[in-house]
Design a protein around this ligand. Structure first.
Ligand code: IFM
Length: 777
């Protein structure tokens, strides 16, 4: 019998003392909603991500362990490359006096599963009565080390409460994992070393990446280490051991540690499976590994990003949850890799990177850890060859970046077929990979944003200028001449409910912005670095392109506000049918509209999936007046279903710009609950990376009012009524600033040796090096 369900499965207020607003707890076990906790409580370190499936197995679970950058394409033309699900090293089956431990049998007298964000450790505390009335206390803890990126550590304790215990443990490295049925690995060597370390090797079947997995165990009874009777077994793609300790007396506690590791031939320091074995063999025990892991989180994460929200406990927890997942999802160790739309927390979107990185996640790193931002942008630079190939395949020039991106050389990897069409009964075609093209300008935008924040000239010379030029070469080749102007027809904009539209405002404006920036930097390099300009000109034929940029940019059609100040989202949007969206807006599940209409029908209605004109008003904010922003909000928001998790954060920031604090806060409340809230189905396929980056933007760019416009830093804080304070760090042109906003004061500490210039509420101020400035607001 399971515990009685409380109204809310997740609790946010269990943390006390040093853990206040650091803990998220699941308070009853719900076998119907395993995916939520597997993803939202997933562990990771940017090298790998581990879904928090339990040690014991359940029918509805989705176990997952994803190693960044290890893409493989299952042979077959319907498949695209994806991050394969590595062997599961966490599985353990406990047989207690002949009965398998399972929370769906017997009686759960107590259950709590907690993610401690501060220490990035997952724990479970259980009091279980077996179907035969025997009672046990079990605790489980685990972490994915931030200090040693290859390591997963687990610790289990079992205390028999009603009599002695005969325990049998079956613990495996299970390579039978699939990605929803697709097996990505060829079977490799299995072996037990020194009666202790299990090894399972596997190789991806198309990309030929070697994976070597290890696991070893340690047993302690009442603080005495011992080796129980054990046996090794091998099965297809699975190696496992059984352990049978001597009888454990009533109230005695047995502790089992399982330390596992995965190494792959994608690792920069990979040599072979033997050196991986030597490295793994020297790893320490749980507690020692945990100390190093906890210190890494303290030093590299929480001291690097000391972000504090005062006044609402949930909001403080939510921003920590965001920073936690931003750390878990980001392969900061390797510039050949990027961030998946679901991070490393699930199979959703196959580990592919989208514009989610540049527009939603990157601002966090650009502002608070520029080194990582640079690496992520270098990934785009290194993947230029794939973008050039895509341009050529489409008869364009320059770099046409893939809508979905995986390994550097892969080019476009968006799947072609998606969800069922309820009218035709066929799969819906996904057009984004063909015609959602704004990503090319989004990448250029992020490069420029990074450069403005950091003044990183070295990056610009090695990567940045080329990215801005190569993308502008694409745009000039993409524009179509019509009636003495240039247009962009047949695209999907950010609103993916509109396909094959002409002159999507966001796309046209961003393309124009991209062309203008290329012209600007071409002029600049001509003055300041002609040698570099020559090298890039030789590669990209910039002389010819420069002229085309000038001619075409000046004549590129930019949809203007109409008499009601509304910017047409595209050429036909405003003439389409309007329907009552009330039921769909109220639906708890995303995409409820598609239970009644198919995409072709929605294409003919004024229904917007996610921020489209709205995101234009945010990114290029100084090109539009407050009146235009308000008119477009009033027009589009009621027609926007927020069916993409990217939408609400942008709306919240715009509401702040419009001076509507309550609206901004209510949008933030919804955005911050997409993964962390009580909807137990919202995260099954993985957390929403862009939404998580968006939460940080709402806090810092929205409520904190931090904006970079034309290369200058502006601060215009507008705290929600319920907040009493907000503290966050920002890097600005080499200075590290700590901003503390309260209801009526603003304190900025410059923690570096360089003065910082910024504009506060319209006035320019200098924050002197190593000093603090206090202003009333
Ligand atoms: O990039 C987004 C897109 O804007 C909306 N659909 C989901 C994608 C991945 O998050």
């Amino acid at each position: 019998m399971l515990q009685k369900k409380e109204n809310q499965a997740l609790k946010y207020d269990k943390g006390a003392g040093e853990f206040k607003n650091w803990l998220i707890s699941e308070t009853y076990f719900n076998p119907e909603a395993l995916g939520k906790v597997e993803a939202a409580f997933s562990l990771g370190n940017g090298y790998m991500g581990l879904r928090s499936a339990t040690e014991e197995r359940y029918p509805n679970e989705v176990r997952g362990n994803f190693v960044a950058g290890t893409f493989n394409k299952f042979l077959g033309d319907k498949e695209v490359t994806e991050l394969p699900n590595a062997a599961d090293m966490t599985e353990m089956t406990f047989t207690l006096n002949g009965t398998t431990f399972q929370l769906t049998t017997g009686e759960v007298l107590y259950f709590e599963r907690t993610l401690n964000l501060k220490n990035a450790e997952l724990s479970r505390h259980i009091h279980w009565r077996s179907p035969y009335g025997e009672e046990y206390k079990l605790t489980f803890s685990r972490f994915v080390s931030l200090d040693n990126k290859h390591i997963i550590a687990q610790k289990v304790t079992i205390t028999p409460l009603s009599g002695d215990l005969n325990l049998k443990l079956n613990s495996s490295i299970n390579g039978q994992m699939t990605n929803t049925g697709t097996q990505h690995f060829k079977e490799g060597v299995m072996r037990l070393y020194n009666q202790k370390i299990m090894k399972l090797e596997a190789r991806t079947n198309e990309s030929n990446i070697d994976f070597t997995h290890f696991a070893r165990h340690e047993f302690t009874l009442e603080n005495n280490v011992f080796t129980p009777k054990n046996t090794i077994f091998m099965d297809r793609r699975k190696i496992f051991m059984t352990f049978e300790p001597e009888t454990i007396k009533k109230n005695e506690t047995i502790t089992i540690e399982k330390i596992s590791g995965v190494y792959t031939s994608r690792d920069k320091d990979w040599q072979n499976a033997d050196t991986a074995l030597a490295t793994f063999s020297s790893t320490a025990n749980y507690d020692t590994l945990f100390d190093a892991h906890r210190s890494a989180w303290k030093n590299n994460v929480w001291e690097q990003y000391p972000i504090q929200i005062e006044g609402v406990d949930f909001d403080q927890l939510a921003i920590r949850f965001a920073v936690y997942h931003l750390t878990c999802m980001t392969p900061a160790h390797d510039n050949r890799m990027n961030i998946g739309a679901k991070g490393l927390s699930g199979e959703g979107y196959k580990g592919h990177a989208f514009w989610d990185t540049e527009i939603f996640v990157l601002p966090f790193f650009t502002t608070s850890n520029p080194k990582v931002a640079r690496q992520l942008l270098e990934y785009r630079s290194l993947s230029i060859p794939g973008a050039v190939r895509k341009a050529k395949e489409n008869n364009y020039q320059g770099a046409m970046f893939p809508w979905e991106s995986a390994w550097l050389e892969d080019g476009e990897v968006t799947p072609i077929w998606g969800a069922a069409d309820i009218i035709t009964g066929e799969p819906t075609k996904i057009w984004s990979g063909f015609i959602e093209q704004h990503i090319t300008a989004d990448i250029a935008f992020a490069v420029w944003q990074y450069y403005q924040f950091t003044d990183d000239q070295d990056f610009m010379e090695k990567h940045g200028y080329e990215l801005i030029f190569a993308t502008a070469v694409f745009w000039q080749s993409r524009l179509e001449e019509k009636d003495n102007r240039y247009e962009i027809t047949g695209v999907v904009g950010p609103d993916e409910y509109k396909e094959h539209v002409d002159n999507n405002a966001f796309t046209n404006y961003m393309a124009h912005w991209n062309l203008e920036k290329a012209i600007h930097y071409y002029d600049l390099l001509q003055q300041e670095n002609p040698a570099l300009l020559k090298a890039l000109s030789d590669k990209w034929d910039l002389k010819t392109n420069y002229q085309k940029w000038q001619e075409k940019s000046a004549k590129l059609y930019l949809p203007q506000p109409n008499s009601e100040l509304v910017i047409p989202q595209d050429d036909t949007y405003l003439s389409k049918k309007i329907i009552d969206l009330t039921p769909y807006k109220a639906a708890s599940q995303v995409g409820a509209l598609f239970l009644d209409y198919n995409l072709d029908q929605v294409n003919d209605m004024q229904i917007t999936k996610q921020a489209d004109v709205m995101i234009l008003l945010y990114l290029l904010e100084n090109e539009f007046s407050p009146e235009v922003k308000q008119a477009n909000w009033d027009y589009y928001e009621p027609k926007t279903l927020h069916d993409s998790s990217l939408s609400r954060a942008t709306h919240s920031i715009l509401a702040s710009d419009l001076g509507d604090k309550d609206l901004a806060y209510s949008m933030f409340e919804k955005a911050s609950r997409i993964d962390l809230g009580q909807n137990m189905k919202s995260s099954d396929a993985g957390i929403h990376s862009a939404s998580i980056g968006g939460i940080w933007q709402v806090v810092v760019n929205g409520f904190g009012g931090v904006r970079m416009l034309d290369g200058k830093l502006y601060l215009h804080p507008q705290l929600p009524e319920k907040w009493t304070g907000l503290k966050f760090p920002i890097y600005w042109k080499g200075s590290r600033l700590l901003v503390h906003i309260t209801k009526n004061a603003l304190e900025i500490s410059n923690l570096s040796n360089k003065d910082a210039l910024l504009t506060l509420h319209g006035n320019e101020i200098t924050i002197l090096a190593n000093s603090t400035t206090l202003t009333t607001i």
